[in-house]
Design a protein around this ligand. Sequence first.
Ligand code: FEO
Length: 395
Amino acid sequence: MHAREIKKGIEAVCCVHWERRLFDSLIPLPDGTSYNAYLVRGENATALIDTADPVLSADLMGPLQGVEKLDYVVSQHSEQDHAGLLPDVLERFPSAKLLCSEKARDMLTSHLHIAEERIRVVKDGESISLGGKTLTFVYTPWVHWPETMCTYVPEDKCLFSCDFFGSHLASSDLFVTDQALVYEAAKRYYAEIMMPFRTIIAKNIEKLSAFDFDMIAPSHGPVYDQPNFILEAYKDWISPKMKNEVVLPYISMHGSTEIMVKHLIDALAARGVTVHAFDLAVTDIGKLAMALVDAATLIVGTPTVHVGSHPAVYYASHLANLLKPKVKYAAIVGSYGWSSKAIEQISGLIPNLKVEVLGAVLQKGLPDAAAFKQLDELATAVAAKHQENPEVTTK
Ligand code: FEO
């Protein structure tokens, strides 16, 4: 794709990865993704902000063929989808200096074998003039690595944010044209990448509020020419407020756990609680992560395999623990053949979740009237906890 102007003298080189369906061999990408680099042309110097994934080398290096001289390359984040083409860019522009944060220096030399003498560390708040355009570097750690920073161009009120505020979305549109579509992609991205760091994200958003910008140019997905849209979304996702919702990942082998889960969904719905249920045999794990952004309660439904929880449940529980959602309550339901240690096992898998356990309903074989009564009682307990917690919005 050709370089396209987002502000006078600032061009986006959007390397669109239409066909990519998995990131980090882990994260589903139903809508592909993009890696955006930005050319900032001053009167005296030109800078490139970030690069792209090496898989799309031609998409970045092609548009750069027309650039006579590059004075600076800014690396806002050392992960390979943005830094992977730094060696190629530095080879193509041998006099360019690589600018990065203090923590990024070691990462770029060890991950990409970049020569130390090509690197110049910039301090938090430091500015470099390109002539009529200034690059001001703002350290924003842990979005989502420790070395991450943003770049602000005051003359154009433009903030470059790399992963921060990004969305995994392949699009031919330069700017956001469909807010609902981008909201979904950005929320998925936040859930999978950013959610564990929401406390420090709040501090970073507060820090960025000191800068007057009317555009956010991320390195994934379309550019925000109405940045309030994504800022407000982030503020909602990181707030302590939760929704009157249960996330219920489950799997069933011979149907008993499924019967219990379906009964519980019905019982919760009857008590005004919204349930997001995910059959782990077929679910998109990204959808599960997104549901965890807002929910107040996590309930795991598992059958028993060799006395333990089903491996798919083990995986989902481990993932939920890594993502550190703001859930406050948890429970376990399921069925077993002759014996089960699923409760102890799942409890041990989620130490990061500071939850109050509201109960466990484990049934030997097919659920009976007593099991259904226990599930009804669990639903009552969940609804009551949601009602009494001021941070849960029940309307
Ligand atoms: Fe888009 Fe953390 O890399």
